[in-house]
Design a protein around this ligand. Sequence first.
Ligand code: SF4
Length: 501
Amino acid sequence: MRTSDEPSLERRVAQALRDDAMRAAVRAAQERFRSGKRAAEDELGDWEAWRALGEAIRRRTIENLDLYLAELADRVEAAGGHVFFAETAAEAVRYVVDVARSRGVRRAVKSKSMVSEEIALNRALEAAGVEVLETDLGEYIIQLAGEAPSHIIAPAIHKNRREIAALFSRAAGTELSDEPEALVRFARERLREAFMTAELGITGVNFAVAESGTLVLVTNEGNARMTTALPRIHIAVMGAERVVPTWEELAVLLTLLPRSATGQKITSYVTALTGPRRPGESDGSEEFHLVVVDNGRLDLLGTPYQAALHCIRCGACLNICPVYRQIGGHAYGSVYSGPIGKVISPLLGGDAWAELPHASSLCGACTDACPVRIPLHELLIEHRTNQAAAGKRPAAERLLFRLYGALVTRPALYRRAIRLARFCLRPLADREGWIRRAIGPLAGWTKMRDFPLPARRPFLDRWAAERKRRGRISPAPKRERRKGTPAGRPPANGGTEGGGR
Ligand code: SF4
């Protein structure tokens, strides 16, 4: 799942912040996607009702995932396909490599698939002597660049056309113009030749309809259709959560997905495949395999993270995220970037991504953008809470929060600490009470924004005075220690002063 050799999040972020071209490309793409999404929502009408419907479908599906996966497998097999359940990434990769080897495959074409990135499938196939060619234009670009995708739906979002022209020129062995038409013409010629000669086509799965055993693939370039129609073997690799019970429910998700992703009403191509080619059909694979990848997903069932499995990989949370906007996708270090990446990478990839949930402002914009209403920012807080409870945070941070906890639960001490902080920071502030350039641990903060000097009169004092002025609340009663009640614990009524007032 790793996209960068740089182990530290901090250094990856610093690297990204120096890359002005990447940041400009990401900003422009975010703007484009967001305005498209807004227009598509308005045009559809009652977007919130659609979101609620999408959430209900995903919730019900994931709550009954075992039933729908079993139904899907039965239907795929009845249609003549093979189904393999892979518990781990290694099992999934081994299965695909075995199929390729045993059929003498030398060349494979591949349509965009995030789960195949997650399990590092290309690397394994190439090690087994199979040439793999990415056929989605964005994936083809980053394959030439030797990079991982930096966005769930737009893998080369970070590249501008000059960089793409340089990559294509290198592959062509001649200087190409950076006009989009010229670049697309070059890619088309290369990829068409690959489609015609590959023995194996590999795809991901956007949705798999359980009631009919049908795989649904959405693309804007038609490459998934070519990948599944021309080679004699087709292997589809799908995350275990991508099942949908019925065609009727699929229609709802297909309404939400393109609108949330790119602002389109529908993608240019929606391909539905049920099993391999049947007698009398003019195209399609002779042999079809569906690899269902667990790789940690099923462990999330019944946990507070279960909602992360509702994701339909539309990328809307990336397109709204202020952190993604600044650092792009590669700084996350995982193939899954942005808010959903911060939630699922530590769940699927373990402690290597433990820092990611902390790279968030918790503004909640991602939650508002999500078409299936995944509470992304709450799941990030859940990660932070669990890490703190397990003692996995740095000792300095733990000490800091212990001190903070001690302060904010002792109002008298808190007031004194605020006054002391004001006294110490006063020499650093200007006349308006702002610290423009701090030193020590605050220096990083004031690089980007100013820091306010603690108020002369702490909020607690002003609040107490205000309550007195209004005459509605008498001074807080001294807390009595009731028999059998440990000191400091709130009484059973929750501590409301004068209950019911
Ligand atoms: S979490 Fe929601 S917004 Fe983000 S990719 Fe998944 S479905 Fe889309």
